[in-house]
Design a protein around this ligand. Structure first.
Ligand code: BES
Ligand code: ZN
Length: 637
């Protein structure tokens, strides 16, 4: 009862606190419940006083000095008429000048201070705003160590001819290249002018002319309001190929044809997703294939997913990543986690949608394989994590780097929770519930409490006796997986289990029926080997299946992890090659983590890392250094 009144009270309260002119603007109404929301522990921004509505960037890209320089103009909505200080997030920025303007747009210098940096949050930029000011313009430059930026020399690209730059703003790295309110509770539209060397092309998570001349001067507009972590830029020698009426791919020249073939099913994925979850609201959906140091598999930058080249395998084996980043167009980009503590609302929902799309486009078992691999990753992660809170869907990341919350838990536990609800309430009903969730909260940020409230009202109360509130709470808050978890099963994987068991019982590897195995089956075979194997067994697998020679980075990563676990030195040259040529974190950290478990392994890991470090993104360096600098790890002899 109390809970069902809450949204009404919130709406009244917010309406009372919102200036009348703001209420006329649709985005102001859409982001309403801000006033009653807990502040974001990962932002200094005083969002109760000001909210950014539009950002205009004018930036020059200088590869020689590894800096972006220029200006950011923020158009603000004032929530507090008396507020005199605007607080923005920054990290490692050189602030050159700040100006403020009122409604007439006439700028005058504004005074500002930059706080001492906090290791996680960066430095608060405090700007003194005269009464009535609703725009600020900040002239600034980034520093070479900006955590969002990777500046690549030609040798670090696929084609090795020209330099490359890309951004990675999620979770809280946007502040290292733009001074802004770096919280997913604030949404803004943006426009940008990007000046680059003449022979390079700039692309952004925005609308732009696909046929613009290559002249070093590029313009972008993002007409839908988005959170700061989705602002993205890449600059390089890029070519474009269409893959459908509203889909296409950008990549370096030698990669673009292969990429277009790999991603040929993207339009089919969009159509299936639209049929279940509602319209795709972003216009185009393109992919950008990055150089191999991209630290993630993919990043759902709106209109332009950023992706690792390691998913281009020639047989569409890894296109679930496209399904995943595309699904974020609903869960994440349209309906956004209000803080990084609610991250499962982005990633758990997205994995649920991913599995649905894979089933729809490629058949039930392909979806089941993806689910089963995710579930087995989750079991391993739960066994490794130390803090109980991190095993739940409601971690407390305050005071910690939100990137530390990026584990299999929000992704796979979140997806298993939604699969459980789907199983209990039925697919049709649950799909309709999700579609309603996306429609009602389109272009808003949402909290776990809001999700629970709607789940309660729309499913738990309406269909009593199906799932209790206590069961839901266990899913969200218990470090243990609930006893009634529906663990996924795949027929293709059942055959892999048989083959693995036969081999472990003594059947020679060459007699196993592996001829028609696809990548996911190999992955499942390797991931579920016993933790200890003999050198003879490993040599047999390697010579029979040529695992160390594999050019598929996902397969190589899984195999090399097994060899690290067993200190199998004959595979170390391949390991060194892999770790120095790929920077995608999920393909390197599991290997480093295995190596770091023994003193000798740690030494090998540190030696390889010394060579690999220069090629890794700042975010990947942080992740690897956390593993190699563990206080528990024995010191190097
Ligand atoms: N949004 C994430 C990547 C991310 C999360 C970056 C948190 C920074 C902070 C992206 O959608 C993602 O989940 N990528 C996965 C892909 C996979 C689950 C298919 C990845 O990179 O491994
Ligand atoms: Zn994701």
């Amino acid at each position: 009862m109390v809970r069902s009144l809450l949204p009404v009270l919130l709406a009244l309260f917010t309406a009372a606190c919102t200036p009348a002119d703001a209420l006329r603007r649709p985005t102001a109404i859409l982001t309403a419940p801000a006033a009653a929301r807990a502040p974001d522990p990962h932002s200094y921004a005083n969002t109760d006083a000001f909210r950014t509505r539009h950002i205009a960037l004018d930036l020059s890209v200088d590869f020689a000095s590894k800096t972006l320089s220029g200006s950011a103009e923020l158009q603000l909505q004032r929530l507090d008429r008396r507020a005199a200080t605007l607080i923005l997030d920054t990290r490692d920025l050189d602030i050159r000048a700040v100006q403020a303007a009122g409604a007439d747009g006439r700028y005058a210098p504004a005074s500002f201070t930059l706080d001492a940096p906090d290791a996680v949050l960066g430095s608060a930029l405090r700007i003194a705003l005269p009464p009535g000011a609703e725009r600020v313009r900040i002239d600034y430059a980034t520093r070479p160590q900006a955590s969002a930026l990777q500046w690549l020399a030609p040798a670090q690209t696929t084609d090795k001819k020209r330099p490359f730059l890309f951004t990675q703003s999620q979770a809280i790295h946007a502040r290292s290249w733009i001074p802004l309110q770096d919280t997913p509770q604030v949404r803004a539209t943006y426009a940008a002018r990007i000046r680059t060397p003449q022979d390079l092309v700039a692309v952004m998570s925005a609308e732009f002319d696909l046929e613009a001349p290559r002249n070093g001067d590029y313009r972008f507009t993002m007409p839908q309001p988005i959170p700061s972590y989705l602002i993205a830029l890449a600059v390089g020698d890029l070519r474009f190929r269409a893959t459908g009426p509203r889909t296409g791919v950008f990549a370096e020249p030698s990669m673009v044809e292969r990429a277009a073939r790999e991603f040929a099913d993207t339009e089919a994925m969009i159509e299936r997703c639209e049929a279940i979850f509602g319209p795709y609201r972003w216009g185009r959906y393109d992919l950008l294939v990055l150089p191999p140091s991209f630290p993630y598999g993919g990043m759902e930058n709106p209109r332009l997913t950023f992706a690792t080249p390691t998913i281009i395998t020639g047989d569409k084996a890894l296109v679930s990543l496209v399904a995943h980043e595309l699904a974020h167009s609903w869960s994440g980009n349209l309906v956004t986690n209000a803080s990084w503590n609610d991250f499962w609302l982005n990633e758990g929902f997205t994995n649920h949608l991913t599995y649905r799309i894979m089933e729809e486009v490629y058949g039930a078992d392909r979806g089941a394989q993806e689910r089963a691999l995710g579930a087995s990753d989750l079991r391993e992660t739960l066994a490794r994590l130390e803090r109980d809170g991190d095993k739940t869907l409601m971690p407390d990341l305050a005071g910690r780097d939100p990137d530390d919350g990026v584990t299999d838990v929000p992704y796979e536990r979140g997806a298993l929770f939604l699969a459980y609800l789907e199983d209990r309430f039925g697919r049709a009903r649950f799909d309709a519930f999700l579609r309603g969730w996306f429609d009602r909260h389109a272009f808003q940020s949402v909290t776990t409490a809001q999700f629970l409230d709607e789940l309660d009202r729309q499913l738990l109360h309406r269909f009593p006796g199906v799932v209790s509130r206590a069961q839901v709470d266990a899913w969200l808050r218990s470090p243990e997986m609930p006893g009634d978890t529906v663990w996924p099963r795949s027929d293709a994987f059942a055959r892999v289990d048989e083959a693995r068991a036969a081999w472990l019982a003594g059947m020679p590897a060459r007699r196993l029926a592996t001829q028609d195995w696809r990548l996911r089956q190999w992955q499942y075979f390797l991931d579920n080997l016993p933790s200890s194997l003999s050198p003879r067994q490993l040599a047999e697998l390697d010579t029979t299946f040529k695992l160390s020679e594999s050019r598929n980075a996902v397969l190589a990563a899984r195999w090399l992890r097994v060899t690290a676990q067993n200190a199998y030195a004959p595979a170390y040259p391949a390991m060194q090659r892999h770790l120095t040529s790929v920077g995608r974190m999920s393909l390197i950290t599991p290997i480093y983590r295995e190596l770091a478990k023994t003193p000798a392994g740690l030494e090998t890991a540190r030696r390889i890392y010394r060579e690999a470090r220069a090629g890794y993104h700042p975010i990947a360096r942080d992740a690897v250094e956390q593993i190699l600098d563990q206080p528990a790890a024995p010191a190097k002899s």
